[in-house]
Design a protein around this ligand. Structure first.
Ligand SMILES: [Zn+2]
Length: 322
């Protein structure tokens, strides 16, 4: 039978879940006492008449709304609630999408995503204050991207790439001004393999120029200073990794004899740079401020983009408003 009432109940339940001019499909199994339905209203029996149409409408709408809740993931406003409305025992077994239905990927909020979303909201209250002219830091997602609003666009900033750029320019500036590009760290004693030791011995003067302060011991070495490119607290594992990385790549992709290439090489060492790290609101602002002062604030020293921007027009296109 043709039941426009059911169609509109269904459409209402799907409401904003479907784009304009798209319509839901459903298999509806509706059991109604025969006393409440008149099947003799249409010559070809294509229509039926319910004695209480609005009750049926509410019933279908409510059941559909509940069935769709896993997709919407946010509480659906309870509309048209009717106390005297008899409902099926288990709407999920009756109405599409019922048992066994799995919403398409992307509609469900993954547990880790929930945590990241919370992170964004947990940023300190002062996150919105405008220390940087024209910039508002809205938050951080995935412990990786800063979300920033400017007067004309929404920006996602890769904090790791931004950090690399800031450190790279700072490091080269120190070298250019003839200042020592190293920082004092908590001294760490590290064992060295035979080949690593040969490498350190051969390159010791250059490593010292680049900001390392290394004292060779019988078993290995003690590191007392490290380039300002690196995080301030290094573990023994970090140092072994750095030395092995330098040893493997020197002369192949990079040349330690060249300051710029040396800086690129040091920045590429895993373990040397902070990554995937929660930034406080003030740390985020500090990073953006320093990035703003860089000669190049668009790409990291290895050429990857630091940020992407969405202006109003782009956003409106994405949301099909244009
Ligand atoms: Zn890079």
């Amino acid at each position: 039978v043709n039941l426009r009432l059911m169609g509109s109940a269904l459409e209402r339940a799907f409401h904003t879940l479907l784009p304009v001019n798209r319509y839901p499909i459903a298999f509806l199994n509706l059991e109604v006492p025969s006393s409440q339905v008149d099947v003799n209203v249409h010559p070809a029996k294509r229509e039926v008449k319910f004695s209480d149409a609005s009750q049926i409408f509410s019933l279908v709408f409510k059941a559909c709304t509940e069935a769709l809740q896993p997709i919407t993931a946010i509480p659906v406003r309870r509309q048209m609630e009717s106390q005297n409305c008899k409902r099926p025992e288990s709407p999920q077994t009756v109405f599409f999408p019922g048992n066994g239905y799995s919403p398409p990927r992307g509609y469900r909020i993954q547990p880790e995503a929930k945590q990241f979303v919370q992170e964004a909201f947990q940023m300190e209250q002062d996150a919105g204050s405008e220390d940087i002219p024209g910039f508002t830091v809205l938050g951080q997602v995935f412990s990786t991207f800063l979300v920033v609003a400017t007067a004309s666009e929404l920006r996602l900033v890769d904090q790791h790439a931004a950090q690399e750029r800031v450190l790279y320019e700072k490091y080269l500036q120190l070298l250019k001004e003839g200042e020592r590009p190293g920082q004092v760290i908590i001294p760490i004693e590290t064992p060295l393999s035979g080949r690593s030791r040969q490498f350190v011995e051969a390159w010791l003067p250059r490593l010292t120029e680049l900001g390392f302060k290394i004292e060779l011991t019988d078993e290995g070495m003690v590191l007392k200073e490290a380039p300002v490119l690196f995080k301030k607290i290094l573990s023994e594992g970090d140092i072994i990794e750095i030395i092995e990385y330098l040893q493997q790549h020197e002369g192949n992709e990079y040349n330690l004899g060249d300051y710029q290439q040396a800086a690129l090489m040091l920045l590429a060492c895993k373990g040397a740079i902070k990554a995937n790290q929660r930034l406080s609101a003030s740390e985020s602002r500090q990073l953006l401020l320093e990035l703003d002062n860089c000669q190049n604030s668009r790409t990291c020293p290895h050429g990857r983009p630091i940020w992407v921007a969405f202006d109003r027009e782009t956003l409106e296109k994405i949301f099909a408003r244009r």
